[in-house]
Design a binder for this molecule. Structure first.
Ligand code: XBP
Length: 255
């Protein structure tokens, strides 16, 4: 039996904001410089590193793959924790400077869902405070309260593409996967959401456009606005030109 759409579960990085290359990457590099390291992640390098989800996991992978002889004075775990704290501080500085706006259609869709009584949640790999600050710096502090659940960072043991973070969000929403729709921007995010049983809409960004999104209910280049139509990359938008709740309900109820 078809269940109605009760909640939208959003990924954050790349989905709410196009913030990987100009946000997280920049913050990692600023943290490396502040720590006196000669590491620098240029765009092609970061593109490859994006296969590893989670900032701390990404740093660890980088050390092992690119600088295996690196020795941290008090051990690698403590070093990564400190370096990642500095990266979060730098990233929050970029958010406060207004460097990272929301993607087209995001705020409109959040408002529409709220006024229709469709609940909102986040399932993200990034640090919790990065999510709340992104919302308060873009929409306003009140927007944090729009979300019933912000599942973020290390609350999930296994990061995407494992389903843990979406399962955690569903548990806290006290909803079945069949009552929700996920919105993601990456192949790993799609795999994570689908493994949790969620139908998933994909809004690609330049970094993820060429990934494999087989299994998504629709793939578009952005959520779009009435005066800024999206491009449909895969699936059937039924003539819609932007993602509103009517389209999301149709996608959710389709077999
Ligand atoms: C994106 C990520 C994050 C950020 C870095 O995950 O992998 O790790 O790049 O954030 P998602 P932190 O698409 O699930 O939001 O450094 O705070 O981990």
């Amino acid at each position: 039996m078809e269940k109605g759409l009760k909640a939208l579960i959003f990924d954050v990085d790349g989905t709410l904001a196009d913030n990987e290359m100009d946000g997280h990457r920049v913050a990692f590099n600023l943290a490396f410089r502040a720590a006196g390291l000669n590491w620098h992640w240029d765009e092609p390098t970061y593109h490859r590193l994006l296969e590893v989800f989670g900032g701390k996991e990404r740093i660890r992978y980088f050390v092992e793959a690119y600088d295996p002889r690196f020795k941290a004075p008090d051990g690698l775990d403590a070093f990564i924790l400190d370096l990642h704290k500095e990266k979060t501080r730098q990233y929050m500085g970029l958010l406060k400077a207004g460097a990272l706006p929301l993607r087209p259609g995001v705020e409109r869709l959040l408002r529409e869902a709220r006024s229709a009584g469709v609940r909102l949640a986040v399932a993200s790999t990034t640090t919790f405070e990065n999510v709340t600050l992104l919302l308060s710096e873009t929409v306003g502090e009140h927007a944090v309260g729009w979300f019933d659940v912000i599942a973020a960072g290390d609350v999930a043991k296994n990061k995407k593409p494992a389903p843990d973070i979406f399962l955690h969000a569903l548990e806290r929403l006290e909803l079945d996967a069949a009552e929700c729709l996920a919105i993601e921007d990456t192949e790993a995010g799609l795999a994570s959401a689908r493994a949790a049983g969620l139908k998933t809409l994909i809004t690609v960004n330049p970094t993820t456009r060429h990934e494999d999104f087989t299994g998504a209910v629709l793939v578009v280049d952005q959520l779009g606005e009435p005066d800024r139509p999206f491009e449909v990359l895969a699936g059937d938008a039924g003539g819609a030109t932007y993602a509103d709740l009517a389209l999301l309900r149709r996608l959710h109820s389709a077999e």
